[in-house]
Design a protein around this ligand. Structure first.
Ligand code: ATP
Length: 341
């Protein structure tokens, strides 16, 4: 029976629908208070139909309607964040990728356990603020998109910056370097290319985030000077810029992706589909990974018609389209259950 690809109208939805349509799927937009009028402006990406819900609970209570339509949901960052991990795990509608990964992705601690045990180098963690002796980044655990994060160079600055009304936070070495958000795709069923385990690892693209106001703050003077005027850097994501990395660093990029996948099989039965390592490359050309994202990331949006990397695998392949292709290939091979949960 014909499958419909659905996702929440936000984040990377245009790219997901665009790719699904290219692969010949029916598409369904899900909207919970999202304004979707601008989708009319993009006829090649606009979903065939938009279904409106009053709350995220309805993805649970009205799941039969979606299951009856033979829907596969493509999760993206906003979808999981708005639904909440618990409800997302409970949802009866089939979703692309593994849901086991949510538990490992949920907290900074479990991410660290996974990545470090895979041999990935991460920014050091500072347990006690009194021990701050070099620049650190203070991250509130609830905050999304870097809101409220601040940089401190010693305990004094930490005390000045910390908002005690916030819940928990972590203090992390501030890694000075250039940022690369590496977009991978792991297929457990593809039998060619860069082989990892029983499947194959692809590099789709890379981006760097535009962050307000830190990216532009220097135009007003030194950050130290500006603090006296009550102006502090913030790291709120507003957009994404395409980047490529020195070719000689690609060997390491693939090795990191490979060990993350291998470890994911040892820990929880495997990460499937798109994932992103958010990394900083130092002037010693070392990678420090500060976060993993286990589904399609918004940084793939500059690449709706392919990237410098994916074009060398198949011209015009976006991550959104790659997901649809994986579903198509899995159906053809009778292996759909290996890529949905
Ligand atoms: P999201 O979940 O949306 O990816 P987040 O709120 O978990 O974001 P991070 O991704 O951890 O936040 O960090 C936000 C930004 O802070 C990053 O995009 C990066 O620019 C910067 N950053 C994070 N960790 C470090 C670090 N250790 N050193 C230097 N900069 C960092």
């Amino acid at each position: 029976e014909e499958i419909t690809i659905a996702t929440l109208c936000s984040h990377t939805a245009l790219q997901i629908f665009h790719g699904a349509k290219k692969e010949g799927f029916k598409t369904l937009g899900l909207a919970v208070n999202q304004n979707t009028k601008f989708y009319d402006a993009f006829p090649l990406a606009k979903p065939d139909e938009i279904l409106r819900f009053n709350s995220y609970d309805e993805f649970i209570t009205k799941s039969k309607e979606l299951t009856d339509r033979n829907v596969i949901i493509i999760p993206h960052g906003s979808f999981v964040e708005y639904m909440g991990t618990k409800r997302f795990e409970q949802m009866e509608v089939p979703t692309f990728g593994s849901r086991q990964v949510l538990k490992w992705e949920e907290s900074r601690d479990s991410q660290r356990e996974w990545l470090e045990s895979a041999g990935i180098s991460m920014p050091k963690r500072i347990a006690d603020a009194k021990d701050i002796s070099e620049p650190v980044l203070v991250k509130y655990n609830g905050a999304k998109g870097g809101r409220g994060f601040f940089i401190a160079k010693d305990f004094m600055e930490f005390k000045m910056g910390i908002d005690l009304s916030e819940e928990s936070y972590t203090i992390q070495e501030y890694v000075l370097g250039t940022r690369y958000y590496l977009h991978y795709f792991y297929s457990p069923i593809k039998q060619s290319g860069y082989r990892v385990g029983n499947g194959s690892l692809e590099l789709m693209s890379m981006d760097r985030r535009d962050e307000s106001n830190i990216d532009e703050l220097y135009k007003l003077g030194s950050t130290e000077e500006l603090k006296k005027h009550g102006m502090f850097p913030s790291l709120v994501v507003t957009g994404n810029i395409p980047v490529v990395i020195r070719e000689s660093l690609l060997a390491k990029v693939f090795e990191m992706g490979e060990s993350v996948i291998n470890r994911s099989y040892e820990l929880f039965g495997g990460l499937i589909g798109p994932f992103c390592l958010e990394s900083i490359v130092t002037d010693h050309l070392d990678f420090k990974v500060f976060e993993i994202s286990c589904r399609i990331v918004a940084g793939t949006n500059p690449f709706t018609s392919g990237s410098s990397y994916s074009d060398m695998t198949e011209p015009g392949m976006s991550t959104g389209r790659r997901i649809a292709r994986e579903i198509k290939d899995a159906i053809a091979a009778g292996k759909l259950s290996e890529v949905v949960s």
